[in-house]
Design a protein around this ligand. Sequence first.
Ligand code: ATP
Ligand code: MG
Length: 424
Amino acid sequence: MAKTIQAIRGMNDCSPTESPLWQWVEEKVRSVLQTYGYSEVRMPIVESTPLFARAIGEVTDVVSKEMYTFWDNDEQLTLRPEGTAGCVRAAIEHGWIYNNEQRLWYMGPMFRHERPQKGRYRQFHQAGVEVFGIANPEIDAELILLTARLWKQLGIFEHVTLQLNSIGSLEARQNYRSALVEFLQQHIDLLSDEEKERLVKNPLRILDTKNQALQEVLNDAPKLLDYLDQESREHFSQLCDLLDAAGIQYEVNPKLVRGLDYYNKTVFEWVTSALGAQGTVCGGGRYDGLVEQLGGHAACGVGFAMGLERLVLLVQEVNKQIALPSAVDIYVVYSGEGTTLPAFQLAEKLRTELPHLRTMTHCSGGNFKKQFKRADKVGAKFALVIGEMEAQTQQVVVKDLLGGAEQQSLALTDVVAYLKQATQ
Ligand code: ATP
Ligand code: MG
């Protein structure tokens, strides 16, 4: 036998038994976004590398070590590690922003060269939202309400908490950065080599260190919230008021900074403790400077992205109520002289008349016993049987595979009405 070839590490197949749950989750995402009037956009998976370097920031983990980059002749290209950069690029390129404000969403694969583990993969999927042109905090609140509604529909709301922070204007952050660096320099012996490097390049990232001793020291570090500019402070307090009024609980987490450079003002994450270390299921925030930074006319932006693998894992973990449809409702069984044609015609008729039912035709020969086994295997509710007798008399035998009702013979012309009633 020839040697087999395996999937790339950290890049998963979605099996036929897993896909119904994925479809269920994706459908909930789509329907909630529609409820809020958002429009879907689809961007390419490959973009030019400088787009990500400029948008996400050279010194971020994503750009400095997680991107899949390759040369295409003399152009450097990257598999998208996230959706915001591409969405902003597209919005500028097609003038989506200037016509009117835009509320957009997308869903699809992202790629990051990370160490694969539960909830962390090299190809993973995000559903993301980007809203352009709205400065006031009502829209920040809307995004959070939208996600909360989705968690309820997915049956995971009780298992996630909202972490919220404001990281202020660029200037406020720079002031804070200096104060933080000064503070951390007094504790330099606690910093790992990587954190020492971060102290120079991206000190705010040290705030979400996993290093326990450092975490404790950080409790006494200067707080970003104390350095906020007046405008960001007001924006944040209005957002908090709106969330309070909507009954959304949150925890203000002064250490929450997020890994991408483009954020300002609001940042938030929905986290769970049910998935081990990979607890963030959704993260987002405001990025008012990004459109201009990527060459567009200044326009503010706010968005978030959720990790679908983590959501699917969480739903599996905590929501035992979902009844996923089986792949097949009706299995058409036939054997003997002259039975193929009527079986095919019957199956096609059912697909036309009862399109919500999933009708499968056996197709692969063999005796009735083998065919019934197959019908059970695929979880069909009914088997429709056509033997030589039925073919000659224009009849069909209906066998209730789950309910255990007596099998009965029906005229071919009565089958649709019967199944319509029986599957209501
Ligand atoms: P983390 O801290 O877990 O690495 P992040 O801050 O890098 O997350 P974002 O860039 O904000 O993540 O992406 C938004 C969401 O996408 C995350 O909250 C997570 O649910 C999901 N996500 C990010 N990276 C991965 C990955 N490698 N595998 C699976 N899901 C991921
Ligand atoms: Mg990451």
